[in-house]
Design a protein around this ligand. Structure first.
Ligand code: NAD
Ligand code: IPM
Ligand code: MN
Length: 366
């Protein structure tokens, strides 16, 4: 895999068809305004709605109709809101069906973000998360199924199989770990040209899980070694969590397993001011989709106050993917300006602005 996963070059005359899957609960409230902003920035983009969840159940009798799958396939990429449950089959398809192996989650504070940290200006790193393996998709079973394993493993004493309980399986293939490691290196290289340190940091539990996280460490080390321009550091995952809060300036590109990346991305979002601010992009060899780090925020559904920043910034990542870097830059600059002024902020950032008022303020500055 190469740097190519972060960029989809449109063929001459190819129309940039983008599938929009709005998702559940409050997610559509940030998705549709984002589509409007992207349309305004790049009028030649063509958006089609992929119906999912409850709405699809009503219209097509199933939460993930064939029509939506075909639209996702026809599009060059997908903009996804979030799944609160009903849209999970679509999310699963976007990940495993479309082989979007690498999840990139930038974490950057900017003036106006309501961070709980004393010096949030140092928070500016990117999490590169395995998007396909580890304990995903869930594979769980009854402990009794492990009888054979229990009798062949000396460390498992006394065999707990007579007790009632369950197990979960974690899968880590060399190929996937190498894809994630390579993507992290390519991103670090790209960021180095923008003035960042060119430093890849691995966080994992290699002390306790040598076959999985230990192998991940080996693979990331070997991969970074091939990039003379890059630095490398590694920490046990628990210590890395502390470092994200205490010394975020020491981080540039952080490479993590699926579940570690899931958890630490929310924590990192908390460090800059909350989930309303954290975008993400999921990339594979032939497809990408863009979604915020946050979920469907059911507690905010229907209130018109969900912060659209994370979704808008995910839209900016989509523009970068398709080569509209200047439009992406304009969008990020407009968002930064609204926060710098501090006059029109959503409730999670200490303001009283509605979602619509915030998007309007951004639109005025495009
Ligand atoms: P959540 O991210 O939806 O919400 C957590 C908290 O953050 C809530 O208080 C919510 O109001 C707040 N929040 C989230 N986004 C916000 C925004 N844009 N602006 C302001 N506040 C925001 O997580 P949850 O409550 O643990 O999960 C709700 C549902 O979302 C669950 O079904 C979960 O599985 C799902 N989920 C889906 C995805 C995804 O589709 N990629 C990601 C995370 C969670
Ligand atoms: C995320 C979410 C998902 C995950 C859920 C909805 C499956 O938390 O994208 O961060 O765990 O990957
Ligand atoms: Mn998550």
């Amino acid at each position: 895999m190469s740097a190519g996963i972060f960029r989809r070059n449109l063929l001459p005359g190819e129309s940039a068809l983008i599938c929009v899957v709005a998702g559940d609960d409050a997610a559509p409230e940030v998705v549709w305004p984002t589509v409007e902003v992207l349309r305004r920035l790049v009028p030649e983009l063509h958006f089609v709605e992929g119906c999912s969840g409850r709405e699809a159940e009503k219209r097509y009798g199933e939460v993930f109709p064939q029509e939506t799958r075909e639209l996702i396939d026809r599009a060059v990429c997908t903009l996804f809101g979030a799944s609160g449950g009903p849209s999970r089959p679509v999310l699963w398809y976007l990940r495993w069906g479309k082989d979007t192996r690498v999840n990139v989650r930038p974490v950057r504070w900017q003036p106006g973000y309501r961070s709980p940290l004393r010096e949030p200006e140092h928070v500016d790193f990117v999490i590169v998360r395995d998007n396909l393996e580890g304990m995903y998709p869930p594979r769980e079973g009854d402990l009794a199924e492990l009888t054979a394993l229990a009798s062949s493993r000396s460390w498992w004493q006394p065999p707990p199989v007579e007790r009632k309980g369950a197990y979960a399986v974690r899968i880590c293939t060399d190929e996937q770990m190498a894809s994630v490691a390579e993507a992290a290196c390519e991103l670090a290289l790209q960021r180095k040209t923008q003035g960042y340190a060119g430093r890849v940091t691995l966080g994992a539990k290699y002390s306790i899980q040598p076959r999985t996280d230990g192998r991940f460490r080996e693979i990331v080390r070997e991969t970074v070694r091939r990039y003379a321009e890059l630095e490398y550091q590694e920490f046990l995952i628990d210590d890395l969590a502390r470092r994200m809060v205490a010394v975020p300036e020491s981080l540039d590109v952080v490479v993590l397993s699926n579940e570690h990346g899931d958890i630490l991305a929310d924590m990192a979002a908390g460090c800059i001011g909350g989930l309303g601010l954290a975008p993400s992009g999921c990339y594979g060899p032939t497809y990408a989709y863009f979604e915020p780090v946050h979920g469907s925020a059911p507690d905010l559904a229907g209130k018109g106050v969900i912060n659209p920043t994370a979704m808008l910034l995910s839209g900016a990542m989509l523009l970068d993917y398709l080569g509209y870097e200047e439009s992406a830059r304009r969008l990020r600059a407009a968002i930064a300006e609204v926060y710098r002024h501090g006059q029109v902020l959503p409730p999670d950032q200490g303001g009283t602005a509605t979602t619509a008022a915030f998007v309007e303020a951004v639109t005025q500055l495009l």
